[in-house]
Design a protein around this ligand. Sequence first.
Ligand code: ARG
Length: 348
Amino acid sequence: MTQVPPYPTQLAGSSSLLAKYLTKDIFDKLCDKTTANGYTLAHAINSGVQNPDSGIGVYAADEESYDVFAALFDPIIYKYHGHAKEDKHQSDLNSVNLKAPNPDPTGKYILSTRIRVARNLRGVPLGTAIDKDQRDKIARDISAVLCGFTGELSGTYYSLSNMSEADRLSLVGDHFLFKAGDRYLESAGLNRHWPHGRGIFHNTDKTFLVWINEEDQLRIISMQSGGDIARVFERLATAIDMLSTKVQFAYSDHLGYITSCPTNLGTAMRASVHIRLPNLSKKSQELEAIAQIYHLQIRGIHGEHSSCQDGVYDISNKRRLGITEVRCVQDMHDGVVALIKREQELAL
Ligand code: ARG
C-alpha cells in the first residue's frame, strides 16, 4: 500500500490553475490512484506545489496520467485551451493548405522565423518520469534516425554529456544549446541525471534542429532568418514526416500530441517570429489588442519569461489544441501582417 499524502497546504494563496482546480474533493478522489507505470498525483502536482507562483503547475508523467488524473487535468486543459472533454483534435501538416506569403519581403521588420513542435514516443514515460536507461535509449535511437537524414536535413548530432569545448562554444554562439530546466522543470523531474541522455542535432545549414530529452523527448525545430514562414513550415513538415516513418509518437484523438506540460498539448506547436516594432512598442495597448484578435502571444526574445528590449518582440501563436498545425501558423502569419501594417501607419 502506498501512503496517501496530505492535501498540499502550500497551494493556499497560489493563483495557479493547479490551486484553482485541486479542491479537497478532487484531491481525495485522486490521491490514491496510480498509472500503470506507477505514477501518482504527487508526481503530477509537485512542480506547482513547490512553485506556488506557477501559472499552471501540473505535468504529466505518461500518456495515461491525462486519463487517470482527468478530474484535475480536464478543467485545467479546458481553462487554458478552451478544449472540452468531448472535443476532438485534428492534425494538418500539409503546407499546401497554408496561405503565408512573406509578410516582409524587404526584411525591414522580421529578423527570423522559427517553428517548433514537441513530440514524445508512444508507450514510454514522459521526461518527468522516464528512467536513465529509457532516456539514453531514446537519445541513441532518435540520433541514429536523424543521422540517416539526407539532403537539406542532413547534419550532425552532439551529445550534451560528451561534446568537445569547440562544439560547445559553437552551439552557444548559434544559441542552439539548451540549458538545464528552470525550477518549474526541476521540480517536475525533468532535470534528473542532467546532462546525460540529452543532445542536439542540426543540419549543415542550421535551419533544422532537434533537441533530444529537454522538456519533451523531442523538440523538432525549423528556422531561418527573415520572414519566409511558408518555407520554414514546409521544412518542418518534411522532417516530421520523415521521423514519423521511423518512430511512433504518442497521440490521442482528444488531446493530439501528448506532451509533459498540458500547455503544449494538441499541435505541440509554437510558430514564432522575432520582429522589430519600434513604434508599436510605444503603444502597448494597441499591441495587446492586435495580439488578442489574432490569438498571439507576445514575449521578449530571450526566452519564456523575458521582456521586450529595443522594440524587438517574439510573436507566436497562442492556440495549440483543437486547431490544426496549419491554423497555428496561419494565426501567427495573419497577426504578423496586421502588426506590420499598424507599425507602418504609425511610422508616417
Ligand atoms: N510549469 C510552469 C507554470 O505552470 C510553466 C508552464 C508553461 N511553460 C512550459 N515551459 N511548459 O507556470
